[in-house]
Design a protein around this ligand. Structure first.
Ligand SMILES: Nc1ncnc2c1ncn2[C@@H]1O[C@H](COP(=O)(O)OP(=O)(O)OP(=O)(O)O)[C@@H](O)[C@H]1O
Length: 621
């Protein structure tokens, strides 16, 4: 299992990354011996620094998807299309080959560089011995010296640069760019660090997590990795990219924005040697498709370079086709739909013929990890779901992730469950990025924690020890059901997923079951002890009443301040008598509201002070 520390810290603070670089320097030179028990990793062609890192992370053997992908992927010649259950280690199935490829490329480039230097030194000697020296113009020898200097400066200068091919395909080295300044003989030599790999993900949180994961595995290499995600301040983003990272991990919108804005490091995007798409099917759904298509079309503009690149296309639900978008055709048969969806997707990415397809989900049932238990609970009304959720949370302490279909629902549940003292942390797309990461970090660090989220948290997030997932609303697609549930029972740990179904959702639930090849009655029912239901209801109803009163008082306050502001902007003077006559009764009703609120809060505090366990024992006695 991955060390808790490296998984839980979702903070993408730049300084922290720099510290990691320093730590890397300190630890890189410590002695490390490859022992026979690491043989399985060596058999997968992993270079020693990566074996060392995965071993220290506690990964003793590759997971099934890693076993199936690594041997081919590490050779660097074939593209990989991979599908496997959630939490099965897909990130490293594409991450390790990318790191390995970059290490090999760098090694090759260095070798070529040395060879060139030696050759040029030899020919320098020959030139000198010929006595063929310069006569006021720059001599061949001088030019070569400058060329070498440019190569040497590659590491310190981040702007401009031309690609020069040393032959052999992967041996392209960005060597030099010589600029003459007016009639002065000064030459400015520019170099640029190469952008070697791009990893595209649908959400910022997933990008942050992949960065953490890959950095941990690249710990003993000199490979640099950075993020390009929405929510990060533009100057900071520019600063990070100006360091010329080898790998960029990003979300499509921000990536495209930076490319269009003319970022110099990203101007090399067509030259990348490795391209990975994680949660690919999500990337090609509504909301991302237009941006991803523009981005991929841009990357794929040069056919020659496209052929030269190794592609990785991964997801847990690559082959499911719940609702094929019209743009991908209008086929009736599900099988055809699935094939079509995949074909379109692969051609858009630029996956080369003869790609290796590793699909460990051909049996739809194997989309679900074996350690995951799934249950369902039919709710007679929408309102009842609040009671069931509270009941579930009180009965199942631990780390629980609740999924809603809308931001409004996340907000409402957060308010009500805060009043019920379950300390929920909300997560949705309308929150500031910093806050989103903070909540994830907090959720990961508390033993008893509740995260209420939209599907922004459904894909890829690897939060340690999530014991329960509750689908507060039936997800709109079967893919989302699989991904949501997959936040628990990761890497062979036990986990429980509970879906709450209200009457209006019955059809969606039936469809979901049919796509997942389940009968709607397959999932066992979650049992609720109805004898304590009245007590549960009392608490939840009170919390809901308080929430609605709070909402009203807030609205009144904001209406009032809005009117005041409008009056001020219009230079209107509101006389005291106006105010008096207007606000007399309003003030009275407002104060009644506040009193009611205060009383209800008191009542709820009293109820919540009664230990829940006593309720249960009263019933049993
Ligand atoms: N070889 C391994 N041995 C043990 N644990 C591993 C191994 N490889 C990865 N892991 C751990 O397994 C967990 C899940 O990995 P990862 O996030 O890559 O899964 P995934 O298949 O991408 O899931 P999802 O489909 O939900 O995105 C992580 O905590 C990771 O550190």
């Amino acid at each position: 299992m991955m060390k808790e520390e490296s998984k839980t810290n979702q903070n993408n603070d730049e300084n922290k990354n720099e510290n990691t670089e320093e730590n890397k320097e300190e630890t890189k030179d410590e002695p490390f011996e490859i022992t026979p028990d690491m043989i399985i990793w060596k058999a997968m062609y992993l270079p020693d620094p990566i074996v060392r890192a995965v071993w220290e992370l506690g990964f003793q053997t590759p997971t099934a998807i890693q076993l199936a992908c690594l041997p081919t992927a590490m050779k660097g010649r074939k593209d990989i299309v991979g599908a496997a259950e959630t939490g099965s280690g897909k990130t490293l199935a594409f991450g390790i080959p990318i790191l390995n490829g970059i290490l090999k490329d760098k090694e090759f480039e260095l070798k070529k560089l040395k060879q060139n230097e030696e050759e040029s030194e030899d020919s320098d000697d020959a030139d000198d011995s010929d006595g063929n020296n310069d006569d006021g113009h720059t001599s061949n020898k001088k030019q070569r010296v400058e060329k070498k200097a440019a190569v040497a400066e590659e590491d310190s200068d981040d702007s401009g640069g031309q690609m020069e091919d040393f032959g052999g395909g992967i041996g392209r080295v960005r060597v030099f760019d010589v600029v003459e300044l007016g009639n002065q003989k000064t030459k400015i030599i520019k170099g640029q660090k190469k952008l070697r790999a791009l990893i595209i993900t649908p959400t910022r949180e997933l990008a942050v997590q992949i960065e953490k994961h890959l950095k941990a595995v690249a710990k003993y290499t000199d490979i640099s990795i950075c993020l390009v995600i929405g929510g990060m301040a533009a100057p900071k983003q520019e600063r990070i990219l100006s360091k010329g990272p080898d790998i960029v991990i990003g979300t499509p919108g921000r990536l495209w924005e930076m490319i269009e804005g003319g970022n110099s490091h990203l101007s090399q995007i067509k030259d990348i040697r490795y391209l990975a798409l994680d949660e690919t099917d999500r990337l090609l759904e509504k909301g991302h498709f237009a941006e991803v298509r523009t981005l991929l079309e841009h990357i794929n503009k040069d056919e020659e370079k496209k052929r030269w690149r190794q592609n990785f296309v991964f997801s847990a639900t690559l082959t499911l086709a719940h609702d094929l978008p019209n743009r991908l055709g209008n086929l009736k048969s599900k099988k055809k739909k699935e094939a079509m969806k995949l074909d379109k997707l692969l051609s858009l990415v630029g996956v080369r013929p003869k790609a290796k397809v590793v699909d460990l989900t051909t049996q739809v049932r194997s989309l679900k990890p074996a350690s995951l238990s799934e249950m369902k609970l039919y709710s007679a009304t929408v309102e009842d779901k609040d009671y069931y959720l509270y009941y579930f949370l009180r009965h199942n302490p631990g780390r629980t992730l609740v999924f809603c279909n809308s931001i409004n629902n996340v907000r409402r549940l957060t308010s009500v469950f805060t009043l019920l003292e379950t300390n929920p942390l909300p997560l949705h797309a309308q929150m500031h990025q910093k806050q989103r990461l903070k909540h994830l970090e907090r959720f990961s660090s508390l033993d008893n924690a509740l995260l209420i989220a939209t599907d922004v948290a459904a894909r890829g997030l690897d939060i340690p020890h999530v014991q329960h997932v509750v689908h507060f609303q039936v997800p709109r697609t079967s893919e989302n059901y699989v991904h949501r549930s997959g936040r628990t029972a990761r890497a062979s740990r036990e986990g429980l997923s509970l879906i709450l179904i209200e009457p209006e959702e019955a059809t969606t639930y039936r469809k979901l079951c049919s796509t997942l090849k389940k009968d709607k009655n397959d999932l066992p029912d979650y049992d609720v002890d109805m004898r304590i239901f009245a007590a549960i209801k009392q608490r939840v109803n009170l919390a809901k009443a308080i929430e609605s009163l709070e909402h009203r008082t807030k609205r009144e306050r904001s209406d009032k301040s809005w009117m005041k502001q409008m009056a001020e902007e219009a230079d209107l003077v509101i006389s005291e008598s106006d105010q008096d006559s207007d606000s007399g009764s309003a003030a009275q009703s407002h104060s009644q509201l506040l009193t009611e609120l205060k009383n209800k809060r008191k009542e709820l505090t009293k109820l919540l002070a009664r230990p829940f366990k006593r309720l249960l024992s009263n019933v049993r006695n």
